[in-house]
Ligand binder design. Structure first.
Ligand SMILES: [Fe+2]
Ligand SMILES: [Fe+2]
Length: 313
């Protein structure tokens, strides 16, 4: 089977799954069910176990109500950042499909993905609205930069655009899977859990597409574009993983979290490991694509994203 045939088969499989198993933000979440109500003092809203901020002395010293309020703000902030990213992603994908020829196998799948991202945006913003919290999402400068630079890449340099897609989706997927796994032992708020289960189900397809797309397209690229991808990846992922995982500035101000506590959490051994783990699948993909060279490896290390496991392979 040629690479094109394999790609077409994979896309066909994702199309089928998108029809068989998809969610609607309002039909599939009963927002008014009392069990989904957001009560800022609910201890199930406390920060999840994998969040390094949870393990600081500062957090432990807060009252249960403050801990729950900080946790709720954290979820709402993540969701706002999440839909800012998804909005940019949808715009990029729409631009990309705009120039596809008749019969392009990815056309249908990309529209399934755009529709799903729209549903995610609706459920994330509904959560934010119900929390009533003034979360701000992605930093303004980064939003503008992404609009001006990243969105146009979807037509000018699609493989680089899909690197940014992975940079947003991989860390969030990692975080959500870990939180859902930990929820077997600790209580997670049912609304947060419902949203995450829906999201991880559909994101698995998006990530699969992005990785297959890279496998299909990167080998066709010339030397310059391959080098550009290799060098931009650690820088872009280093920024994006932090945007997706680290507490946002508005959370720090709203929750009155001292800056030194945030630094302590982000740079703790667990915080550093979380960052590395959150991009492990993309790092593996870049190794498979032959896009890690001595110079880019230095950048992966400088970005705090290199792991021993990467060296072993
Ligand atoms: Fe999404
Ligand atoms: Fe996605």
């Amino acid at each position: 089977m040629t690479a094109t045939d394999e790609f077409t088969v994979m896309v066909g499989r994702l199309n089928k799954l998108s029809v068989e198993r998809h969610f609607d933000a309002y039909a599939d979440i009963d927002w008014d069910d009392p069990k989904f109500a957001l009560d800022m003092t609910d201890p199930r809203l406390e920060l999840p176990v994998l969040d390094p901020l949870r393990h600081t002395d500062w957090y432990a010293a807060q009252t249960p109500d403050v801990r729950a309020a900080v946790g709720c703000y954290r979820w709402a902030a993540c969701m706002k950042t999440g839909w800012h990213f998804e909005n940019l992603l949808q715009r990029g994908l729409l631009r990309h499909t705009f120039s596809l020829p008749n019969g392009a196998p990815e056309f249908r799948y990309l529209h399934h993905e755009i529709i799903e991202e729209s549903q995610h945006t609706l459920m994330f913003q509904e959560f934010v609205n119900r929390s009533g919290l003034p979360v701000r999402g992605m930093p303004w400068g980064l939003r503008k930069l992404a609009e001006l630079v990243v969105v146009p890449l979807s037509r000018l340099f699609p493989a680089l655009f899909f690197l940014f897609v992975l940079g947003g989706e991989d860390p969030v997927d990692h975080l959500q899977r870990r939180v859902l796994k930990d929820s077997d032992d600790t209580d997670l708020h049912p609304l947060v859990e419902r949203i995450m289960r829906i999201h991880t189900t559909e994101e698995a397809r998006h990530l699969s597409f992005a990785r297959h797309y890279m496998h299909r397209r990167v080998p066709e690229l010339g030397f310059v574009r391959r080098q550009a991808l290799a060098l931009v990846a650690p820088v872009a992922l280093g920024i994006m993983a932090r945007v997706m995982l680290w507490p946002t500035g508005d959370l720090i101000r709203h929750g009155g979290v001292p800056r030194r506590v945030v630094r302590q959490a982000n740079w703790s051994p667990a915080g550093r490991q979380l960052l590395k783990d959150s991009v492990s699948k993309t790092r593996k993909l870049f190794r498979e694509l032959g896009l890690i060279n001595p110079l880019s490896r230095t950048l992966w290390k400088a970005a705090g994203l290199w792991d021993e496991e990467s060296k072993a392979k």
